[in-house]
Ligand binder design. Structure first.
Ligand code: NDP
Ligand code: GDR
Length: 378
């Protein structure tokens, strides 16, 4: 039985990857941070009481900023594979916490590699690094492939640049099986609520139920290559199953603006949005409501009025330096890993909207029953 160690197990990708590896028969260990509230929502369904026999899923307290902790965990677990997914992963927040981001995302990667090296596990343990399309930053060429030059545009991306190169360096210097998955944006129903796709799918659901009046966004013209996280965790695993460690771009090859994503999300609810105005004055207005779709979804078709503004721009969401256009070239992964995503953008939006509409309806039901519902901040 193979043993895997995942940092960032409580995050979107950690949860899907853990599920994927358990299905493959792995023993899965995850590093979770101590927090004052439970932070294991995404993986609770995988958890078993550790007193039961043959438990295959184990959690350990730890942090990427703590090398002795990482060394101890790697020593105890003796993993065949480490997936380093832990990171302060929000680009905008990295402008506010640049030093912490460098420590966790950049030096954190070094700490994982050093744990493997110092414990003499370079021949046994393979390391996957969660690298990112944010490395490309300021557009040099499109579509972006493994050979496109990097030009990071945020403290997050600069920290990840260190992570990328230290992986390459340890591979070359110590002959380790260490590789970078340069993953383009990937989303899902369990995506963090402050990333733009999830912010949109949740807000569209709330607006359709009359629980929110307007969605405030930043740069509507940013273009992203959005895939589904379920497809992308399979690629992570494939990267560690090859004869030779190499770096790969994982992407769909299709790019879409934030504006278009908004239209698709509302479209799932039968609500047609049209955008007008420029820059900070741009707004999204309801121009049609499909009554059949509304009744199919048990929504009130009269709730939204034609001409009603449901999307506005708030400059507070603009970034000090933006990444305007990402579109990946996944040819190498398709050819060498035989990797192909199952979801397209329409499938992704549908999956996220179904889930968020369900969650918001549940919240609404609780609220109407006089129960306290969750507050969401972003
Ligand atoms: P999430 O933000 O959902 O999850 C990040 C995880 O890292 C969480 O488990 C978080 O713990 C943990 N973490 C944060 N700081 C530390 C720390 N100091 N020590 C240990 N763990 C820490 O991110 P995703 O799942 O979306 O992304 C996974 C990885 O892939 C990240 O490294 C991200 O930068 C990278 N990436 C993501 C892409 C995407 O589109 N999703 C694309 C390309 C790369 P907690 O739950 O306690 O906050
Ligand atoms: P990104 O994802 O920065 O690409 O990083 P995010 O969803 O935060 O932003 C995508 C684009 O949307 C624009 N945008 C907004 N973004 C947010 N969060 N909130 C808004 O209100 C908003 N309005 C417009 C942004 O400016 C940006 O252009 C994600 C993370 O998962 C990283 O960890 C990962 O490395 C990259 O994807 C690939």
């Amino acid at each position: 039985m193979k043993v895997a160690l995942i940092t960032g197990i409580t995050g979107q990708d950690g949860a899907y990857l853990a599920e994927f590896l358990l299905k493959k028969g792995y023993e899965v260990h995850g590093v979770k941070r101590r927090s004052s509230l439970f932070n294991t929502d995404r993986i609770d369904h995988l958890y078993h009481d550790p007193h039961e026999p043959n438990v295959k899923f184990k959690l350990h307290y730890g942090d990427l900023t703590d090398s002795t902790n990482l060394i101890r965990l790697v020593q105890e677990i003796q993993p065949d594979e480490i997936y380093n997914l832990g990171a302060m992963s929000h680009v905008q927040v990295s402008f506010e916490t640049p030093e912490y981001t460098a420590n966790a995302d950049g030096i954190g990667t070094l700490r994982v590699l050093e744990a493997v090296r110092l414990l003499g596990l370079t021949k046994k343990t393979r390391v996957y690094q969660a690298s990112t399309s944010e490395l490309y930053g300021l557009v040099q060429a499109v579509p972006q492939s493994e050979t496109t030059p990097f030009y990071p545009r945020s403290p997050y991306a600069v920290a990840k640049l260190y992570g990328y190169w230290i992986i390459v360096n340890y591979r070359e210097a110590y002959n380790m099986y260490a590789c970078n998955g340069i993953l383009f944006n990937h989303e899902s129903p369990i995506r963090g609520e402050t990333f733009v796709t999830r912010k949109i799918t949740r807000a569209a659901s709330k607006i359709a139920l009359g629980l929110q009046s307007c969605l405030y966004l930043g740069n509507l013209s940013a273009q992203r290559d959005w895939g589904h996280a379920k497809d992308y965790v399979e690629a992570m695993w494939l990267l560690l199953q090859q004869d030779k460690a190499e770096d790969y771009v994982i992407a769909t090859g299709v790019t879409t603006t934030v504006r278009e994503f908004v239209k698709l999300a509302f479209g799932e609810l039968g609500i047609t949005i049209e955008f007008s105005g420029k820059d900070e004055n741009e707004r999204g207005v309801v121009i049609d409501v499909d009554k059949d779709r509304a009744s199919e979804l048990n929504l009130d078709p009269e709730l939204l009025k034609l001409g009603q503004t449901v999307v506005k721009v708030d400059a507070k969401y603009f970034r000090p330096a933006e990444v305007d256009l990402l579109i990946g070239d996944p040819t190498k992964a398709q050819k060498q890993l035989n990797w192909k995503p199952k979801y397209d953008l329409a499938g992704l939006v549908k999956d996220m909207m179904e889930s968020d509409l369900h969650l918001v309806k549940k919240d609404d039901y609780l609220k109407k029953g006089g129960f306290k519902t969750l507050n969401y901040f972003e």
